[in-house]
Design a binder for this molecule. Structure first.
Ligand code: ADP
Ligand code: MG
Length: 238
């Protein structure tokens, strides 16, 4: 479950190479944070793993199976976006149910999963509201709920909290960490926020211009940054 391997993965848009050959191993159950400045390729890397972009070359394996040719829906992953991407005309319940409806899950199973997700995310009282009647934090919880009910092998988060104000961000950070502890599912979390990376990650992947500068635990990176870039971004001064 949830083991993701990238082997010599590259991505170019036309003539422009944004990901040079990149190798990465993510273990089952790990909370991995991709961190790096804007434009360094974090979203592209996540979209490659999700299958929303095709790799230019190289292979991505999920659970030992080559996923490079698999459509997004077949990869067993669930992505949560910064923009929530909720359907405004549908109730919270219907938004959360949507992926299960697409997968034609039996109604009673859908209901069981919605109730469990709503309980875990404190949304039980909001199931009949529309997204427009919710706060930013609640909307992001709905987006996470919609990911949970798919029971994915891994969650992929792309800067999910950057539209929220600072106080709310701290709370949501803790909620996502709680969720990880409870579900023990692999999570890949993209951010440009060092504090988020340091507080949430089991493993941090520091990216710069599409390549990996360093991979390690928050403590590794803090105490032994490999170079000035990593030190400047995350570590103690060298
Ligand atoms: P990040 O998420 O770290 O801010 P992105 O992955 O969005 O970075 O972008 C990495 C680089 O790839 C940027 O230079 C961006 O302009 C480029 N890029 C991303 N998507 C596309 C696309 N669909 N077409 C052309 N260039 C793209
Ligand atoms: Mg991005």
């Amino acid at each position: 479950m949830g083991r993701i391997t990238l082997e010599k993965v590259t991505k170019s848009f036309g003539e422009v190479n944004v990901i040079p050959p990149l190798d990465l191993e993510i273990d089952d159950g790990e909370f991995v944070v991709f961190v790096g400045p804007s434009g360094c390729g974090k979203s592209t890397l996540l979209r490659l793993i999700a299958g929303l972009e095709d790799v230019t070359s190289g292979d991505i394996a999920i659970d030992g199976t080559n996923a490079t040719e698999l459509a997004p829906a077949q990869r067993g992953l669930a992505m949560v976006f910064q923009s929530y991407a909720l359907y405004p005309h549908m109730s919270v319940r219907k938004n959360i149910a949507f992926p299960m409806k697409m997968a034609k899950l039996p109604e009673d199973e859908q209901k069981r999963r919605i109730d469990a997700a709503a309980k875990a995310l404190n949304l039980t009282d909001y199931l009949d509201r529309r997204p427009g009647q919710l706060s930013g934090g609640q909307r992001q919880r709905v987006a996470i709920g919609r990911a949970i009910v798919r029971e994915p092998q891994a969650f992929l988060f792309d800067e999910p909290l950057s539209n929220l104000d600072a106080a709310l961000r701290v709370g949501m950070r803790l909620e996502i960490m709680e969720l990880h502890k409870r579900l023990t599912t692999t999570m890949i979390y993209v951010t440009h926020d060092q504090v988020e990376a340091m507080t949430m990650a089991d493993k941090i992947v520091v990216l710069r211009a599409g390549h990996i500068e360093q991979v390690g635990s928050p403590l590794d990176l803090y105490h032994a940054p490999r170079n000035e870039f990593v030190a400047g971004f995350i570590g103690s001064p060298k």
